[in-house]
Design a protein around this ligand. Structure first.
Ligand SMILES: C[S@@+](CC[C@H](N)C(=O)[O-])C[C@H]1O[C@@H](n2cnc3c(N)ncnc32)[C@H](O)[C@@H]1O
Length: 249
């Protein structure tokens, strides 16, 4: 019984409502792709969304330079130079990669080149997240930064939204506090501080971890976007079809 409770608690502490939201955004994008359409997962990593595209002709690209369990990509390459002909893909998935690119406009230009006219791209990236996959971590993005870069390469933005609501952002931050707060006596100076601060820090860690579970659960019930800020943005953009280009000339 105790082991069961421990396991459930560990699962609850590890639960990440942003990944839950991301999964559903990608599932919705995948459901729009007709069977057999050509899809590129750019910066696929462990390819967590591959199964959602099993009805399509799915390919992936990644430079595989970070130490993690990659799923072998179709193309091992830098995203700034993908060895595929112009206008090949109907859909491009580009999730949680843009912050890792030193020259994001070059990669967006390359993805624009690979999209068919009328094709769609799903882009997500963080506004608020700790450094990860070092040393390949360069930027965080506001919605204005996304708009500037995406429109600069000639893509049309259909929508920009918060990926998660503020409860998800809070859940994440509380979880990080719970994990990272120092609590050992040697982290502090003076005998009184060494006695009292570890007790305070351990209580804070427990409080933050438990309340992070609550906020992640709240996120699943309410996507609160009226105040606060998201952890990530999600953008759907498309490449204008030839007729649209002619009309706007
Ligand atoms: C945080 S992971 C995201 C993986 C996946 N798209 C997802 O949403 O879970 C970022 C991925 O981008 C890849 N990446 C980063 N910079 C790259 C570059 N210049 N060229 C190709 N892949 C790159 C990394 O190898 C990593 O797999």
């Amino acid at each position: 019984m105790l082991k069961y409770i421990q396991r459930r608690l560990r699962e609850a502490v590890r639960f990440n409502s942003s990944r839950y939201r991301l999964y559903h955004v990608v599932a919705d994008f995948a459901s729009q792709a007709p069977p057999g359409s050509k899809v590129l997962d750019a910066g696929a990593g462990e390819a967590p969304f591959r199964q959602l595209f099993r009805h399509t002709h799915y390919q992936s690209a990644d430079f595989t330079k970070v130490n993690k369990p990659y799923e072998t990509p179709t193309y091992v390459c830098d995203l700034a130079a993908i060895p595929v002909i112009d206008g090949y893909y109907d859909y491009i998935l580009f999730t949680q990669v843009i912050e890792h690119l030193p020259e994001p406009a070059n990669v967006l230009q390359e993805l624009q080149r690979l999209l068919k006219p009328g094709g769609k791209i799903l882009i997500t990236g963080p506004l608020f997240f700790e450094e990860h996959e070092q040393p390949y971590d360069f930027y965080r993005y506001t919605q204005y930064g996304f708009r500037y870069l995406i429109e600069k390469v000639g893509l049309s933005i259909e929508r920009i939204e918060w990926l998660e609501g503020y409860y998800g952002t809070i859940g994440y931050q509380l979880n990080r506090i719970g994990q990272y707060l120092p609590w050992r006596p040697q982290n502090f100076r003076g005998s009184l501080e060494r006695l009292l601060l570890p007790i305070f820090m351990v209580k804070m860690k427990l409080f933050c971890l438990l309340t992070s579970i609550l906020f992640h659960r709240l996120e699943l019930r309410y996507k609160h976007i009226a105040t606060g800020y998201p952890k990530n943005y999600v953008v759907i953009a498309s490449k204008r079809s030839v007729s649209q280009v002619e009309v706007t000339k």
